[in-house]
Design a protein around this ligand. Structure first.
Ligand code: AOF
Ligand code: ZN
Length: 400
C-alpha cells in the first residue's frame, strides 16, 4: 500500500499554503503550516507559525480545532479523561514537530496530549535540537508518523533557515540590476533607472522576505539609500503579511575605512543598523547603530588592480549567523558583490535585467578581478527565469 494517498496530498498542500503566510514574519524561525482532519477526513483545525516567540503551527491548529494544550513545565503530556475533539485525528505538518522547549513548549507533546493518531510530515527540522527527535517522541507515544510527503516543496519554504542550521552561515543572495549587456551604471555613475517600476517593486518583496539587507559604505555614500521595506510598495496581500513581522530587516553596512557619519538616510529612522568596521567609528552616534569590529584581511584577488585590505567577510557572516540571520539580501556595488562571490559566501544571484544596452564604457556588475582563463569564471546555474514588467528576473545558484 502506498504511504500517501491523494487525500494526504490535498491536506499537505493546504498546510504548505498556510505555511507561506508566514514568509515575511517567522524569522529567525522557519515557515510552518498545519492542518488537522478528523477520522472522517473532515477539516477540524488549521494554523501557521506567524512570529518567533509566538505559538507554533501545530499549537495554532489544535487551538483552532478547539483543543488547548497545557503548558506543562515537566514536559509530560497531560492525560485527559474525556476524549478531546482531536482524539484519533490526523495532523499534516510541513515541518517535523519540535521536541524541545525553546521560546514555546514542544509541539510533539501538544500533539500527544491531543491524542492525535497519525502525523504526516513533509520535511525534517534541520535544527540540531530537533532533527528526528520530534519524530522519535511521537512514535514512542504510539502515534503513526509518515514523513516525506511534498518534501521538496516544504524544504523550499525554508531554504535559508535550513542553510543556517546546517552551515552556521546565513544564506546570502546578491541582487543586481543590469542592462541586457550586464552593466549596472553609465561611466559617469548614472543608474536611475535601469530596471522598471515592476522590478523595483519586486525588490521590495525580496527585501521583505529577508532577515538582513547588506550593503557597503561605497553604496551608502554614493546613493544614500534607505534600504528598508516600503510597505506601500508591496502588493496588498504581501503588505498584510508583512505587518505580522516584528521589525524591518536589519540593515548591515560594511565600512572598512570608517567613512560613514550620522547624516545618511539609513541612520535617520528608529530601525536597527549594524555597521561592521575594523575599529570603532566615533562619528557614528545615532541611536539605531550598533558597531561590530572584525579583522581586516588582505585580498589576494584584487591585488593586480589595487592591493586593498577588506574586512573579513567570512567573520562578518559568522556574526550574522550567530544573530540568527537566515537570509541576507545584498544590494551593493561591484567591489563588495565581487568580493563576496570570490569568498564563496554567495548562495544565489538575483539579476533584474532590463532590455537596454549601455555599451562597453559602462560599469560592470561584479569586480572579480582579472581572469586569465574561462576556468576561473564564477559558475552559476539558472534556477528560475521570469519576466517582471518589461524586465527579466533571473535567479541563479552559485555552483561550488
Ligand atoms: C514546529 N512548529 O511552527 C515551528 C517550529 O523558540 P521556539 O520555541 O519558537 O522554537 C524555535 C524552533 O522550533 C525553530 O528553530 C525550529 O527548529 C522549530 N520551529 N517547529 O514544530 C513550528 N516554527
Ligand atoms: Zn513546535
Amino acid at each position: 500500500m502506498p504511504k500517501f494517498t491523494k487525500i494526504d496530498a490535498h491536506w499537505m498542500s493546504m498546510a504548505l499554503k498556510l505555511a507561506q503566510k508566514g514568509r515575511f514574519s517567522t524569522m529567525p524561525n522557519p515557515n510552518v503550516g498545519c492542518v488537522i482532519v478528523d477520522k472522517n477526513n473532515q477539516l477540524i483545525g488549521q494554523g501557521f507559525h506567524q512570529k518567533a516567540g509566538q505559538a507554533h503551527a501545530e499549537v495554532n491548529a489544535l487551538i483552532n480545532a478547539g483543543f488547548i494544550p497545557h503548558q506543562n513545565p515537566a514536559n509530560e503530556p497531560t492525560v485527559h479523561q474525556d476524549k478531546p475533539i482531536t482524539h484519533g485525528a490526523t495532523a499534516y505538518v510541513t515541518l517535523e514537530p519540535c521536541s524541545h522547549t525553546g521560546k514555546t513548549p514542544p509541539c510533539a507533546l501538544a500533539l500527544i496530549e491531543a491524542q492525535i493518531a497519525r502525523v504526516v510530515i513533509a520535511s525534517i527540522d534541520k535544527n540540531p535540537q530537533v532533527m528526528n527527535n520530534g519524530i522519535a517522541q511521537l512514535k514512542e507515544a504510539g502515534i503513526q508518523v509518515d514523513t516525506g510527503l511534498m518534501e521538496s516543496e516544504a524544504q523550499k519554504l525554508n531554504t535559508a533557515f535550513n542553510f543556517r542550521m546546517t552551515h552556521s552561515l546565513p544564506y546570502v543572495i546578491v541582487k543586481l540590476a543590469t542592462s541586457i549587456d550586464g552593466k549596472t551604471a553609465l561611466k559617469n555613475g548614472e543608474s536611475k533607472w535601469i530596471t522598471g517600476p515592476e522590478a523595483r517593486a519586486n525588490v521590495q518583496v525580496e527585501r521583505a522576505s529577508s532577515c538582513a539587507i547588506l550593503s557597503g559604505a561605497d553604496t551608502v555614500i554614493a546613493d544614500d539609500p534607505k534600504l528598508n521595506v516600503r510597505d506601500a510598495a508591496l502588493p496588498v496581500f504581501e503588505s498584510v503579511l508583512f505587518k505580522l513581522r516584528a521589525a524591518q530587516p536589519v540593515r548591515v553596512i560594511i565600512d572598512g575605512q570608517n567613512r560613514l557619519h550620522n547624516n545618511y538616510q539609513i541612520f535617520q529612522d528608529e530601525h536597527e543598523v549594524i555597521v561592521f568596521n575594523a575599529k570603532h567609528n566615533f562619528q557614528l552616534t545615532a541611536k539605531n547603530i550598533e558597531q561590530i569590529q572584525v579583522p581586516l584581511v588582505v585580498s589576494t584577488e584584487h591585488q593586480s588592480a589595487e592591493a586593498r585590505q577588506y574586512l573579513d567577510l567570512h567573520a562578518i557572516m559568522l556574526v550574522l549567523a550567530e544573530r540568527q540571520i537566515n537570509r541576507v539580501w545584498t544590494e551593493t556595488g561591484a567591489a563588495l558583490s565581487g568580493a563576496l562571490l570570490k569568498s564563496n559566501l554567495v548562495n544565489e544571484l538575483i539579476i533584474y535585467q532590463a532590455p537596454i544596452l549601455l555599451g562597453s564604457d559602462a560599469r560592470g556588475a561584479v569586480n572579480i578581478g582579472q581572469l586569465t582563463s574561462i576556468e576561473q569564471a564564477v559558475k552559476t546555474e539558472f534556477k528560475e527565469v521570469t519576466q517582471v514588467g518589461k524586465d527579466l528576473k533571473l535567479r541563479l545558484s552559485i555552483k561550488s
